[in-house]
Every structure is written in structure tokens, then in C-alpha cells.
Design a protein around this ligand. Structure first.
Ligand code: ZN
Length: 98
């Protein structure tokens, strides 16, 4: 019996999460918040708070991921996401749990 060919495994992916994680990392490690705690716990808390205020955008295929990206990367959408990230950074900054 031939071993079955391993095809690319289907994955459940939240594109909103992917984008938020990237933007949070960019904000925290950029010049905007030089004194902000950069520990993993604070970064994950910012992601959690932000994502709880945004709609999920789950996909299972590359094509749908690209479509979701095209929608979520529009200026209005990025502005909304950044608004929630800034809010989350302030919340975590005032009361860090690390
Ligand atoms: Zn921290």
C-alpha cells in the first residue's frame, strides 16, 4: 500500500487575529510606545482586548484569506482596528497583569 500523499492541511484561521497581531507587534516595537512594557503577557493582553471588540473573520482556504485581507486592509478597517489597539494599549498600560 502506498503512503497517502500529504496535502496541505486545512486550517481554521481568523484573519482579523492575524492582522491584529501584526499591527500590535508593530505598534509596541515601533517608536510610538518607547516606555511600554514589551513582555509577552502584555502583548497578548492587548491582542485579546482588541480582538474582543472586533468581528472575527474566519477562513479555511488561501483564496478566502486573500479576500479577507483585501477587505480588512482597507483604510477604514485599519483605522478602526488601530483605534481598538490604541485603546487596548492604554488599558493594559494602566493596569498591567504581568
Ligand atoms: Zn508586561
Amino acid at each position: 500500500m502506498k503512503p497517502s500523499t500529504v496535502t496541505e492541511e486545512a486550517k481554521l484561521l481568523n484573519v482579523t487575529e492575524e492582522i491584529v497581531r501584526g499591527l500590535v507587534a508593530f505598534s509596541l516595537h515601533g517608536p510610538d510606545y518607547p516606555t511600554f512594557c514589551r513582555c509577552r503577557k502584555c502583548e497578548l493582553d492587548i491582542n485579546a482586548i482588541t480582538l474582543n471588540h472586533l468581528d472575527n473573520h474566519f477562513v479555511t482556504t488561501k483564496e478566502d484569506r486573500e479576500k479577507a485581507y483585501a477587505i480588512l486592509k482597507k483604510p477604514d478597517s485599519i483605522a478602526l482596528i488601530n483605534k481598538h489597539i490604541i485603546r487596548a494599549i492604554h488599558i493594559v498600560g494602566q493596569k498591567p497583569v504581568h
